[in-house]
Design a protein around this ligand. Sequence first.
Ligand code: PLP
Length: 385
Amino acid sequence: MVRNERYGKMSIYLDNAATTKPCGEAVSAAVYAMTENYGNPSSLHRAGLDAQLAVDKARKAIAASIGADSSEIYFTSGATESNNLALRGISAAYGRKRRKIVISSVEHASVDETASALEKNGFEIVRISPRDDGRFYADDFISACDENTCLVSMMLVNNETGYIMPVRETFMAVKRSFPEIITHCDCVQGYMKLPIKAASLGADLISLSAHKIHGVKGVGAIYIKKGVRVIPIVTGGKQEKGIRSGTESVPLIAAFGAAVDKFRPTIAERYERVSQLKAHLLEKIGGIENVAVNSPSDGSPYVINISAVGKRSEIMLHFLESKGIYVSSGSACSKGQQSGVLGEFGISGKRADGAVRISITAQTTEEELDEFAEALAEGMTKIRG
Ligand code: PLP
């Protein structure tokens, strides 16, 4: 539990899939870049070189974290831009003859909406849904692919439910049947939580975001496998080898690298700890009447979606907030709008209306989860509906 200076009271932050608190190392790296190392990486003098070195250091850390080469990592303003670049950049590079894109039906809006925009430009978008058991199958993606397809895009961990998608299985099968199809994975909710290696995932492109891993908001990266062509969506001074023009945000990039350096060695330990925390939470809320769990038992333990059946999520969210507990209703990116993602997973009606997302970190404590469970139980009796 932390005292939040801004709100002047103790608060329990359980909305880490929306964003995380920047770690001290990230903040120090950003402050150092703003106060001491403030050159423009494109400048030819010493100050420019020092800034470039800071960017390259972060690039190396991120590359190593996914088993890539530094030359395959490009900085962006965040995963929204990385996802846009993946879909728009690949469709521009390969889409003249190949006009089909296959995505899952539960992608983040930055993939889904971009696909819809491409659809207006004449691309055929095929959205693959989970089967009746709520699970995705590689075969369904393969059946949708043909020689007209330029891209298959599938996220690693669903941001609303924590469902882990069969990315490796799907991408490997796609590559076997259609080696020319480009594969893209939005790894935002899996990065620094699950071990990710670009090659074993079978991904040609990977999107990453810093603020979900205790870095700072406004910076992300895209991995582009050597040899894959991407037409830039931001043109200008040709920074990032022309893939993403615009002066690099050295403070944010340095902070991103610092967060990766900090958390990379403990992926397995933290997964274990967060799994225990999830089990603790599920046990605590297990006895509360009309509370249902929407996340699969083999999902990422970092994201736990539940339903306060019969209560509207926003009302529950504000009830919990009155107790200093911050959670999310569905996905933070949809700002109160009900997304179709839960429906895709077979969660609808009153159950979807009452969905609450709890997203934790290894720093979350059992006591915080106990307080959440108590407040939830109280909400279930006090909220009228
Ligand atoms: N992809 C997923 C799965 C996300 O959860 C998010 C953010 O919530 C994004 C992409 C967008 O990331 P960013 O905030 O860096 O643009």
